[in-house]
Design a protein around this ligand. Sequence first.
Ligand SMILES: *[C@@H]1O[C@H](CO)[C@@H](O)[C@H](O)[C@H]1NC(C)=O
Ligand SMILES: *[C@@H]1O[C@H](CO)[C@@H](O)[C@H](O)[C@H]1NC(C)=O
Ligand SMILES: *[C@@H]1O[C@H](CO)[C@@H](O)[C@H](O)[C@H]1NC(C)=O
Length: 274
Amino acid sequence: MIADHLPAALMLLLLFDDLSADMGTTPNLKQIVLGRCFSYVTLISPGSRYNCEEIWREFRNAVIQRAPCNVRVKDYSRMFHASPQALPCDTLLFWSKTREFVHSYSAITRRFCTLEDTLVGYMFNDLIWCGQKEKHRGFDFISCPEWSTCANHPVYSLWKQASQNFAASACGNITVILNGSMENAFNRTSMFGSVELDGLNPRMVNHVNIKVVANLEGPIIDSCTKGSILNLIQILKTRGFRWTCTDTDMTLLILQCIQNPRQLSCQIFHNNML
Ligand SMILES: *[C@@H]1O[C@H](CO)[C@@H](O)[C@H](O)[C@H]1NC(C)=O
Ligand SMILES: *[C@@H]1O[C@H](CO)[C@@H](O)[C@H](O)[C@H]1NC(C)=O
Ligand SMILES: *[C@@H]1O[C@H](CO)[C@@H](O)[C@H](O)[C@H]1NC(C)=O
């Protein structure tokens, strides 16, 4: 009834919203994953020796031999074994609740390496996949379970292992960018708080450089001296890490202002650069 009066565009939106609640495996998964892998080894990191077909095969086996809610972290071990990667010291960039922003930052500065810049992160970024209830029948392109309803969700398990490997390989300085406009910018149950933080090795990591970025229009909920970031600092201290924390990083502010030049807090830059 109500729907009769809604403009078509809105109807479509509602429809897609409904679909996204219960999406299946990303269409053309194999072509996308293989294509990204070849793109990575050919263009992004030429000279690297990976067997993309083998990585795909091990990935596929891990997923389709099991029920959709039962793909454990260790089921991907052969896939990760086929895609080992050493990452340069002083470049790793971690994030939590700042994903889009961090990827702009990383693209502009070209100094950092995020999880999504690693081979596995690059291959599987933004994709969804799951097998079918009856095993060996291939991927389920109609629907996949939500993360929260699964003991061992195939997408979650892969990212968990990828995050663990990423953190374990960190050396020199690392950077983590957290969202100061969130309650619990540092959240012990997020991927950073639960997997990556525990995976860092204090003997290999020199400094953990924390950067807190809040929305220009506020609110400022957490900062280096307030809220959950203090818990993070406490954990770092206890585990013997050296650390720094800033909530006034000029590069981050400039980037925010480029994306949003009309903000009041960006007027210091007017007539100068924007
Ligand atoms: C911080 O979180 C808020 C609320 O989810 C979001 O709108 C904002 O884009 C995030 N900030 C950054 C820098 O990612
Ligand atoms: C590592 O971080 C510390 C503290 O921010 C800084 O003084 C030092 O110059 C950094 N070293 C490198 C190699 O980036
Ligand atoms: C922490 O993160 C988890 C997982 O993302 C979320 O479900 C939970 O609500 C967050 N907790 C707080 C206190 O913000």
